[in-house]
Design a protein around this ligand. Sequence first.
Ligand code: HEC
Length: 133
Amino acid sequence: MKKVLSVWILSGLLSGFSPANMSAKALSGQEIFSRSCSVCHSMAPPPKAAPPIIPLAGRYHLKFQTKKEGVNHIIAYLKSPNKDNAIDPQAITRFGLMPALTLPDAELRSVAEWVWDQYNPNMGMGRSAGRNQ
Ligand code: HEC
């Protein structure tokens, strides 16, 4: 499973890359999450200052049929969060609006793909599975 995920992430990185964005070593989606998102987002409940990632990925899988659509929506949201394109407007009421993130496009793409891949069909909303991340 881990292997399959990293192949996904790698192919996403390769296709989304332009030399200008290339740093000495590309970070994986998970590394970008740890650096840029985990201050607000936990993986599973309880939440920190934002909805936890695993239930969030579940919402995305309910709303979008394909990974491409879901990932494009996540990228658009990270660049410009607003009430009109939020998949869960109640989260804004609860946590406030997420600040826009200024990451290179390649990083936005790999972290968005990583978020999409955190969907766990065996996990009910709010259960403790997935905390071992
Ligand atoms: C400063 C805190 C903060 C940081 C940092 C942050 N987020 Fe968020 N995020 C929020 C809050 C608050 C919400 C819920 C309100 C909203 O949707 O705007 C949210 C919502 C989201 C959503 C749901 C969007 C939707 O369609 O409704 C996604 C996906 C997301 N964050 C991903 C990320 C990723 C990926 C990163 C890192 C690259 C990140 N966030 C960094 C606070 C943060």
